[in-house]
Design a protein around this ligand. Structure first.
Ligand code: NAD
Length: 364
């Protein structure tokens, strides 16, 4: 991997604190043989609004399009809540996803053994779960038209949205999911509501066809979304890779993430054909911003995803994931994942502990 560019967008709230720790890890990776990338920094969200009058400056979009990968912290905060919707920090995030045509959202939900007791479910249910939810991100009911609220002739009001999927939209995200399944245990479960919704009957047809033609090595199954929501709690270990529509993926990936018990631990990747953006799933946590106690591990694990999916450095990705596990095994915890008997540390010390574990791993 040579001459790659990574655009770092710390954003707001705890964004800057957690991204600083992830950058330390990236700098460690950059010293590894055969690896060379350049880190650039840009503005997004409320801090971008304060500096430039818009949550998504044109310069950020231009540089993000040119970059090989984007690492984002988080956006938002109460000081910008009174702004018009078009100027809110969250618009910056939606805007960059749209500008980069990021149609595929990967959200892994993995339980780290030392954190098993953080899950609201019983240890024997969640032990060993390692699920990848692949969510379609740029179409479906969140984007379909017509949409709106109208007043009927008799004075009643009626709200409506449209769930549409075209074959190409289904195929491109399904392809990503089959590829992800191929990198994992060769099992893919496609979730839909084909018994009720025509658009998701088409979804099932297209996914099946693609599987038959191009991915005969992947064991493809189908499940209705209501059953999937139930099965995720009943027996989550039956799942490996899940692919689903935008809204079903929104809901199921949140459900899957809660199996692991901690929002501060979960990374994500949003992929398009030409661009990719990596970010923790949590927000800017204004309640703890500036206190130095935020958990940087979700952002550090987002770096691991970036190395695996955008920078062709799977070995380094695994090193980082192992280092995070080792730090947890050693008993280091930020406040959000603190357990009796563990040792509580802050954001910077957690970043340092991961670096230390990386050094130890390399020397083993
Ligand atoms: P949040 O995820 O920021 O925080 C929810 C709770 O989790 C808070 O108690 C927070 O302290 C805690 N938390 C979150 N991340 C943590 C971490 N790394 N370490 C320790 N604790 C952590 O969600 P929210 O409070 O609903 O939203 C706050 C702001 O973030 C809002 O402005 C919202 O719009 C924005 N937001 C941004 C994103 C994003 O940038 N992708 C996502 C969700 C929310």
């Amino acid at each position: 991997m040579n001459n790659k560019t990574i655009l770092v967008l710390p954003g707001d709230g705890i964004g800057r604190e957690i991204v600083a720790e992830a950058v330390k890890v990236l700098e460690w990776v950059n010293k590894r043989p055969g690896i060379a990338f350049t880190l650039e920094e840009g503005l997004i969200g409320g801090s971008a609004y304060d500096a430039t009058g818009t949550p998504l400056p044109e310069d950020t979009v231009t540089r993000a399009k040119k970059a090989d990968a984007v690492l984002l912290g988080a956006v938002g905060g109460p000081q910008w809540d009174r702004l018009d919707f078009s100027l809110r920090p969250e618009r910056g995030l939606l805007g960059i996803r749209k500008a980069l045509d990021l149609y595929c959202n990967l959200r892994p939900a993995q339980v780290f053994a030392p954190l098993l007791d953080a899950s609201p479910l019983k240890r024997e249910v969640v032990e060993g779960i390692d699920i990848m939810v692949v969510r379609e991100l740029s179409s479906g009911i969140y984007f379909g038209t017509p949409r709106g609220v109208e007043t009927l002739a008799d004075g009643r009001r009626r709200g409506f949205n449209t769930l549409t999927y075209s074959t190409d939209e289904i195929e491109r995200v399904a392809r990503r999911a089959f590829e992800a399944a191929r990198r994992r245990s060769h099992k893919l479960c496609s979730v839909d509501k084909a018994n009720v919704l025509e658009s998701t009957a088409l979804w099932r047809e297209v996914v099946s066809e693609l599987g038959r033609k191009e991915y005969p090595d992947i064991a493809l199954s189908h499940m209705y979304v209501d059953n999937a929501a139930m099965q995720l709690l009943r027996n989550p270990r039956q799942f490996d890779c899940i692919v689903t529509t935008n809204m079903f993926g929104d809901i199921l990936s949140d459900e899957a993430s809660m199996l692991t018990g901690s929002i501060g631990m979960l990374p994500s990747a949003s992929l398009g054909d030409a661009n990719a953006l990596y970010e923790p799933i949590h927000g800017s946590a204004p309640d703890i911003a500036g206190k130095g106690i935020a958990n940087p591990l979700a952002t550090i694990l987002s770096v691991a995803m970036m190395l695996r999916y955008s920078l062709s450095a799977p070995e380094e990705a695994t090193l980082i994931e192992n280092a995070v596990n080792r730090v947890l095994e050693q008993g280091w915890r930020t406040a959000d994942i603190m357990q009796t008997g563990a040792k509580q540390i802050g954001t910077v010390a957690m970043g340092d502990a991961v670096l230390q574990a990386l050094h130890e791993e390399k020397n083993q």
